[in-house]
Design a protein around this ligand. Structure first.
Ligand code: PLP
Ligand code: COI
Length: 340
């Protein structure tokens, strides 16, 4: 076991011992290779560098009280990476290569997987990049798929405490028929400056609206949005947001708890009707939202928590999700894959 202060971990990069790589050349995937280097030798004309031909994923492995390691819904992440690859003309990573690499990274870095009881997990970052050289705007003919892992703590420093969010009106993250549904780097580049401004102005994340009408809620920095009202879990239906696996899971859990679930466009004006709101994602888990400020529109404020505490439905969803992930509750929907 490594000498790491597990409870103090934040969501950041740290070195582990090994990562796994697999090259696509001459129209086929090679074998999984183990590497102990943090660097990638890359052609200066690689399409990933110039034309953003790259996609990534994020999924977590959890160590339970029983010391077993469970990976949450990796097949969903695999499918989303296949969709991203199709979206920007990259070869699909076969399922067995995707899982083989994830599993190996966990096994080879077993000592970096946070032990049970510290609120930490092992975050896997699969990455698919165009490595072949092009100068014209074209897809590469060579690719690298790799997976590395890092022990992580909460994405927002608040943990499971309400965060404040800023609505962005002078920038868009993704266009209605653009790449927002894919997990590709360009979407994140487009969010950097508004995200940074939100942080500088004291907010945890930026809330993006639909690019066409600026009327509906899209998503919340690196996470999907949900609101609760009248015993209903409401989450945006949009062609420019990432289909979150956490959100998909929360919809199932909400229904299981007896809530109604609605997936539909959510007008910003409806914010005043929600009793609870949250941001959800692999990194963010559930971050309850305390306040949303429409800074560029008269500074209107929507307040969901006045006492610094999460609402009861968000809390129950959070406990159920983590309960399953850490193996403390029955894995009723067969979401976990055991590694050990
Ligand atoms: N939206 C964006 C833009 C994200 O980067 C993420 C993180 O992956 C999510 C939503 C949440 O998706 P998931 O729950 O699959 O992690
Ligand atoms: C995730 O939740 O896995 C993400 O990818 C979010 C992020 C840090 C980009």
């Amino acid at each position: 076991m490594k000498n790491i202060e597990w409870s103090k971990l934040t969501f950041g990069y740290s070195k582990t011992d090994y990562n796994i790589r697999c090259y696509y050349r001459d129209g086929k995937w090679g074998e999984l290779e183990i590497s102990s280097s943090e660097n990638i030798p890359l052609h200066m004309a690689a399409t990933s560098l110039h034309y953003g031909q790259e996609a990534f994923e994020g999924l977590k492995a959890f160590c339970g009280k029983d010391n077993k390691i469970r990976v949450f819904r990796w097949e969903e992440n695999h499918q989303r990476m296949v969709n991203s690859a199709q979206g920007i003309l990259m070869p699909e990573v076969p399922k067995e290569i995707f899982w083989g690499a994830c599993k190996k990274v966990i096994e080879l870095n077993r000592d970096y997987v946070p032990p049970y009881g510290h609120g930490a997990s092992f975050y896997l970052r699969p990455l698919l990049i165009g490595t072949g050289a092009q100068v014209g705007v074209k897809a590469a003919n060579e690719y690298l798929f790799m997976v590395f892992g890092v022990p992580v703590g909460p994405y927002f420093k608040e943990g499971f405490k309400p965060v404040n969010i800023q609505i962005v009106r002078d920038a868009d993250r993704a266009a209605p028929l653009g790449t927002g549904v894919y997990k590709v780097g360009g979407n994140y580049a487009a969010s950097l400056s508004s995200g940074e401004r939100a942080h500088k102005e004291g907010f945890s994340a930026a809330l993006y609206l639909d690019a066409k009408e600026k009327k509906y809620i899209d998503e919340c920095g690196p996470a999907n949005f949900f609101g609760i009202k009248n015993n209903t879990y409401v989450t945006p239906l949009s062609t420019s947001i990432l289909p979150s696996i956490t959100n998909k899971s929360l919809m199932v859990l909400a229904e299981d708890m007896g809530l109604k679930v609605e997936r539909r466009p959510i007008p910003v004006t409806e914010l005043s009707e929600f009793s609870e709101c949250g941001a959800c994602g692999t990194a963010a888990v559930i971050s309850p939202i305390g306040k949303i400020v429409d800074s560029q529109n008269d500074g209107k404020e929507y307040v969901f928590s006045k006492d610094g505490k999460a609402g009861s439905i968000s809390t129950q969803l959070y406990e159920r999700l983590l309960g399953i992930q850490y193996g403390e509750m029955e894995d009723k929907f067969k979401w976990n894959t055991l590694v050990d």
